[in-house]
Design a protein. Structure first.
Length: 270
């Protein structure tokens, strides 16, 4: 009986250990999408009562709104809390480089940051597990409209950028104090810190490249083609309108007479 109890206890602990082990994430699947919502705002005119002319009150201007979207398909995963109270979550990291260069850089994802073994600052973002996809947005240099969540240092049409995505499953621990590589903090009231990741790192995805196409301007107001002509509504003389009414009444009376005659014939025949 003692041997049986010990065996069962060992099996339970082994199963518990396996249940608490963190799986290695799969290589992320993602797509890249470029959107250009740029547009021109026309100047605003107003009437000048002193000159009798329309004058420009506000000059027109151009709004650039170019965005690169990284759309990651979430792998099946449900966050959970391990035996030590750590919340095990799914994270993504993205790195970017110019297609004609060799240096990969990590854009600021406004989430977690850590320093890797080579001293590089790596950014993480928690996966949006409430959706089938996690979305990253990067605005291009020169945008003066609505800002996307991140900044992408591409300014020329025809430029090419390479993207790779990596997945992580685990948890982050914030570490303060000197003696460790830290992320610089410019607010003196905040203690320098970095995050230590504990868990499993997946492999980097294959490289996907996106080309920034030429701007496709959107007109702020619809324009009328010079070839477009308006068809005028024909004007009818009052005499012509009266003749049309008389003709319509005559046709209606004739139809009713034929119908009554046919009905009378069918009644007599029956």
């Amino acid at each position: 009986m003692l041997f049986t109890l010990l065996t069962l206890s060992c099996l339970v602990m082994v199963n518990f250990a396996f249940a608490q082990s963190i799986p290695k994430p799969s290589v992320p699947e993602f797509t890249l999408k470029f959107t250009d919502n740029s547009y021109d705002v026309p100047p605003r005119y107003d009437f000048d009562p002193y000159t009798g002319k329309d004058v420009i009150m506000e000059p027109g201007y151009h709004v650039q709104e170019k965005i690169v979207e990284v759309i990651i398909k979430n792998q099946p995963f449900t966050s959970y809390t391990d035996a030590n109270g750590n919340v095990i979550s799914l994270y993504y990291s993205i790195r970017i480089k110019g297609s004609f260069g060799d240096y990969w850089w990590y854009p600021d994802n406004s989430a977690y940051e850590r320093v890797d073994d080579e001293g590089e600052i790596v950014n993480y973002k928690r996966a949006d597990l409430d959706s089938d996809y996690t979305l990253f947005k990067y605005c291009l240099v020169g945008n003066n409209g609505t800002r996307a969540s991140q900044h992408l240092d591409i300014s020329d049409d025809g430029a090419k950028a390479d993207f790779q995505v990596q997945a992580f499953i685990g948890y982050m621990t914030c570490v303060d104090g000197p003696g460790v590589p830290v992320i610089p903090v410019y607010d003196p009231t905040i203690t320098p810190h970095h995050f230590v990741f504990t868990g499993e790192e997946g492999d980097w995805s294959d490289t996907q490249t996106i080309t920034i196409p030429a701007s496709q301007m959107q007109s702020p107001e619809p324009t009328i083609s010079p070839e477009a002509t308006l068809t005028p509504t024909p004007y009818l003389e009052p005499q012509q309108i009266g003749q049309d009414v008389i003709l319509g009444v005559a046709v209606t009376v004739a139809v009713l007479a034929v119908g009554l005659g046919l009905l009378s014939y069918l009644i007599k025949r029956k």
